[in-house]
Design a protein around this ligand. Structure first.
Ligand code: 9WO
Length: 389
């Protein structure tokens, strides 16, 4: 890391033209004091010292009306609480936008915003000037938002007392995508979220801590085996902790050429796409499963007896048989089917979300539209991905 930094500095002295332009960030808020610690410390502090980040604080209070510098007023239509007035916010934003050289991109941090993701951070890092608007009280007059804000972003589904902490979170997450900020230019790209998986566990000295050893594979110095182990740890962790991300990961690596333990397991059982003519699933109660697959999923029944129920699943047969004692925990299969109507998907989705067994999947084309894809664990724990046609 040290060597890289030194090298960067040398380059910038030797050839000023190749020096990257700093990302200018203007933060418009009522509490400039919020930003002191986080932006001065650690990696963000260093990025500012190295000229990679150029942060300016804009005190909204200075744009207030009258001798009290009033910035808020009561909300039209009644109800408790105060709202930031359009005029001071508009003036502050316009000044902030004009303070940079290039075109500014203005972001309002709010619980009503679109989720902050790695993808969004990467896109934000491409701008040369960001203006971040931090709200306070119950919100901001909508008219100034409509006029002056390019994008409304949320860092999560909770309400805070103001938008300053979200702005800090955004700056931190975006800065990591600026080459040079985290030393290694590739580090942000290698990050787990870019690969749709959570991180694997890490270990350092000593080899034994309170009786717990570092996993053997990490001590062997075998790079390929280490990479494989990390990968499979990441997959398992993602599956257990974030089934939503896990489903996205499966969806994205549809080609199924993974060598991880899980993909191998999936292969072994045969997923709908991969050749096997029949998939056999042990279930706890034949009747219950039959009803779920028949009614909730609308699978066509092929044949049935006291000991077996056979459905058609695409070009394959899905054969249910009794014998499962407990629901499966890490589903060994990914089953897929197409639903006949958006209504059916909605019903399934409502059930899955209520039971905490699944959710909607992002659409390729239109992320805002009615969901056309969902995932869930069926009553026996088997993993499904369903879509409408
Ligand atoms: C306050 C409030 C009080 C009663 C009923 C509803 C209410 N909503 C709000 C509210 O949303 N206040 C916000 C406070 C106004 C904008 C700035 N504030 C804020 C931003 N809180 N939380 C965020 C935020 C921003 C980005 N990601 C997550 C949360």
């Amino acid at each position: 890391m040290k060597r890289l930094l030194a090298a960067n500095r040398e380059v910038s002295v030797a050839d000023e033209k190749t020096e990257p332009k700093p990302l200018r960030i203007d933060i418009v808020s009522l509490f400039p004091g919020y930003f002191q610690g986080p932006l001065d410390s650690s990696i963000l502090g260093r990025a500012r010292n190295n000229g990679l980040l150029d942060v300016h604080l804009v005190d909204l209070r200075k744009y207030g009306e009258g001798s009290y510098h009033q910035v808020d007023d009561r909300v039209y239509g009644g109800g408790p609480g105060m709202v930031l007035m359009a005029e001071p916010v508009a003036q502050a934003l316009r000044d902030a936008k004009a303070s940079g050289e290039g075109k500014a991109h203005t972001v309002f941090l709010s619980p009503q915003g679109a989720p902050l993701t790695a993808k969004r951070c990467r896109a934000l890092a491409e701008h040369e000037h960001l203006v971040l608007l931090c709200g306070h009280y119950e919100g901001i007059d909508q008219r100034v938002l409509d006029k002056e804000v390019d994008e409304e972003i949320s860092i999560g589904d909770y309400v805070l007392t103001n938008g300053c902490l979200p702005a800090i979170v955004l700056i931190d997450a975006v800065a990591r995508f600026k080459p040079g900020v985290i030393g290694n230019d590739d580090a942000a790209n290698e990050d787990s979220f870019e690969q749709e998986l959570l991180d694997c566990p890490h270990y350092t000295r000593p080899e034994v801590f309170e009786g717990e050893k570092v996993p053997e594979v990490l001590l062997e110095g075998h790079h390929e085996k280490t990479a494989q182990w990390r990968r499979s740890q990441a997959v398992t962790k993602t599956q257990q902790q974030r089934p939503d991300l896990y489903m996205r990961y499966l969806a994205l690596q549809d080609s199924g050429l993974e060598v991880s333990g899980l993909a191998a397991k999936r292969d072994h059982f045969g997923i709908a796409k991969q050749g096997a003519s029949a998939i056999r699933l042990k279930v706890r109660k034949l009747r219950t499963s039959r009803r779920f697959y028949r009614e909730q999923l609308g699978l066509p029944l092929e044949s049935e007896s006291d000991t077996e129920v056979m459905f058609r699943l695409g070009s394959q047969k899905l054969i249910l048989m009794p014998g499962l004692q407990e629901p499966v925990v890490d589903s060994p299969v990914l089953l897929e089917t197409e639903l006949t109507s958006p209504k059916q998907l909605q019903k399934l989705l409502a059930w899955a979300e209520k039971e905490g067994r699944g959710g909607a999947l992002p659409q390729d084309g239109d992320p805002t539209g009615v969901p056309a894809q969902a995932w869930f664990h069926d009553p026996d724990g088997y993993l499904w991905r369903v879509r409408t046609v």
